[in-house]
Design a protein around this ligand. Structure first.
Ligand code: NAP
Length: 306
């Protein structure tokens, strides 16, 4: 298959200082796109930007392939600032990859008081996408890629009476199980968001899809786990890597496919794994929960009154 040509296109990728976001940035820049690297890791983000500019800058008239914009996507104020900067500096945006994610066994709160899995993986990206929608629509054809996970299937679904993930920690200072549960919920939010947004974007030329990058992709996302889970995941990671199964390059293939391949230019509202359409969980097809999450997210991100 021929490599897509993204000359003249601009792509924003959250969490692209390292991991699969960084691999995606390198791939899209290699296809000619200008990249907006977004992360809360200033040093790594700058390093990724410099690498992109050194490698791909000469392909651009101004010698710049990338810019780094610092943003903690769990902070609604920082997301608003990020969107304002993008709108001011970029006349078009063709690809938005909502990739930043965490796993953390300690229950931490965002500056707005939302539990960090919810705030980072869902609320920040919900707000960012909305704030950039007019620019994406004006740049159509455009694509939004939400990085979810098969972890969205690994649990009972959202509990709207515990949307801020308090009960699952049961007051513990840290809990690997609570982290998995919060991650499951956040990744389910990504699928709900994708499906509802796709329906609302029908006819605009902007597509939105969700992605599962696979299992235990060897990045640092699991570094906060503790005890047997930490050693267990390190073992799985390293054995997988020895076998060449779970490198960030392999994990990011579906990110890159959905962001760039002409094959999926018209696909929207879908869930992809290993560059192929995949089934979502039964809970993910609950349209009532999908709409409830949407209404909640609009309200707490300040997109709707109240
Ligand atoms: N690795 C896997 O096995 C796997 C499997 C399924 C799905 N995924 C999903 O794939 C995506 C990428 O994961 P990855 O494994 O590549 O992770 P990663 O290597 O940890 O990269 C994620 C990047 O996002 C950054 N980030 C985290 N919270 C942020 C925030 N609030 N604001 C801005 N940046 C933030 C991280 O910084 P810090 O490192 O400082 O947190 C890191 O630079 C995530 O959405 C993840 O849930 C991963």
């Amino acid at each position: 298959m021929t490599t897509p040509d993204l000359t003249g296109k601009t792509a924003l990728i959250t969490g692209s200082a390292r991991g699969m976001g960084r691999v995606t940035a390198l791939a899209l820049a290699g296809m000619g796109a200008r990249i907006i690297v977004v992360d809360w890791e200033g040093e790594e983000g700058t390093r990724t930007r410099d690498l992109l500019n050194a490698r791909f800058g000469p392909h651009h008239a101004d010698g710049r392939a990338a810019e780094f914009l610092y943003c903690d996507v769990s902070s609604m104020a920082e997301v608003r600032q990020l969107a304002a900067t993008v709108q001011a500096r970029y006349p078009a945006l063709h690809i938005l990859v909502n990739n930043a994610g965490i796993t953390d066994p300690v229950r931490r709160l965002s500056v707005d008081g939302w539990e960090m899995h919810l705030a980072t993986c869902h609320l920040g990206h919900f707000l960012l996408t909305h704030l950039l929608l007019d620019l994406l629509k004006a740049s159509a054809p455009a694509r939004i890629v939400n990085i979810s996970s098969d972890a969205h299937k690994a649990g009972p679904g959202l509990d709207f009476d515990d949307i801020n993930n308090e009960k699952i920690w049961k007051g513990a200072a840290f809990s690997n199980n609570a982290s998995f549960a919060a991650y499951h919920r956040a990744k389910l939010c990504n699928v709900y968001f994708t499906q509802e947004l796709a329906a609302r974007l029908a006819g605009t030329g902007v597509t939105v899809n969700a992605v599962s990058p696979g299992y235990f992709v060897n990045t640092t996302i699991y570094r906060n786990l503790r005890g047997v889970f930490k050693w267990g995941s390190l073992l799985v990671f390293n054995v997988g890597t020895l076998l060449g199964l779970n490198t960030p390059e392999k994990g990011a293939r579906t990110h890159i496919h959905m962001a760039s391949s002409p094959e999926v230019a018209a696909v929207t509202g879908a869930y992809y794994a290993y560059c192929r359409p995949a089934e979502v969980s039964k809970q993910a097809r609950d349209v009532e929960a999908q709409l409830r999450l949407w209404t909640f997210s609009e309200r707490v991100t300040g997109l709707a009154g109240g």
